[in-house]
Design a protein around this ligand. Sequence first.
Ligand SMILES: Cc1ncc(COP(=O)(O)O)c(C=O)c1O
Length: 449
Amino acid sequence: MQTHSHILHRQIRGSLPVAAQGQGVYIIDGDGKRYLDASGGAAVSSLGHSHPRVIAAIKGQIDKLAFAHSGSFTSEPAEALADYLVERAPAGIEHVYFVSGGSEAVESALKIARQYFLELGQPQRSKFIARRQSYHGNTLGALAVGGNMWRRQPFEPMLTDTEHIGPCYAYREQGAGETDLEYGRRAADELEAKVLEMGAENVIGFVAEPIVGATAGALVPAPGYFKRIREICDRHGILLILDEVMCGMGRTGSLFACEQEGVRPDIVTIAKGLGAGYLPIGAMLCSTEVFAAIRDGSGFFQHGYTFMGHSTACAAALAVQQAIDEEGLLANVRNMGSKLDAALRDCFAGHPHIGDIRGRGLFLGIELVADRASKEPLDPALAVHEVIKRHAMAGGLMCYPSGGTIDGKRGNHILLAPPFIVEQNHVAEIVEKLESALNAALREVGVMT
Ligand SMILES: Cc1ncc(COP(=O)(O)O)c(C=O)c1O
């Protein structure tokens, strides 16, 4: 346990164990304690820890050349990774802009979308529409499109003006007599109403996570929702920007989450699972149409970061993606994802404080409630998500509990996003440890006896 530190840690009061070693799905701390990494950090470590192929690729690249500035050079690993991604990306997505993480990817998406319309001679288009309860990153542009009120609130006066519509949140918003399709359509139609209210000629695009991760706990869209969203974007000539920083790169069982929605974005962002935590890397991918407007216009995307296209990060990410492909891990995501989902349902079927279990692939969320019938959330003052995290860590389990699921203040969920290499015995260990951490936390805060 590290008690004195010069690092400005996320939590300034308190102390953290030292992560000393990684071994497959486990992280081992300085005292030798093992933690099953059932959240991959924050849905990052999709390949687990210390994969020999990735380590070899990183070492091999460093032996040749660690980094050369992208203003003067391209590199073999960056070109190969771009080829790999474009070959597998939704149709029409043919250009890749490498960055170092999710927020940078989202900033790049917002800026290329704005520049696209400038190149087309439509400078009045300056506004984005996004959704409440989504998270797109902590830099100011990404935070402005983000819809989590708690994260936005301190910085509100500094955020650019963005309009938000509601999330697609069937558990809480679907009407009693409404079919899934009807609800999906109604939720998507909020976008059209907002575009008309703002005037389509002022709107750049709509930003959304296909499956909402950190701030809503693996919220899966209703059937037909994104198809309808695509139609609305096309009808009004606005761009569809999908943020797959958390849900992309295989997490839901397909390389891009939007494949399962049957829609093609104009711009898509990826990060976490791209390099799986071996090195920091993210990317913004865009359509030929967006790219061509800039190529045939100013010829220069007015943006850039020092470390973009970092050769060693690209070599690591390429090795990660090749390992996922060659080891058939997307099939394991689908297979183990349904086993984990079934095991959670089995375990929590009668639990008085589990209201909803949802998600896709190895991206699952559990929403907590005070009362299952009324769906009333637990008192936010209990901060039960923090207590769950403490008990889970004490029991050797990493999961990702959060508060504010419903509106940034009320509601709690636990997000699970284990590495794609999990096996049946790990699934059993996750559910067993989660149940004991959850019950211990609910007892500690006085909700359960
Ligand atoms: C959907 C989504 N977009 C963007 C981000 C920001 O990524 P980063 O923390 O790498 O900047 C996150 C991080 O959780 C995310 O979940």
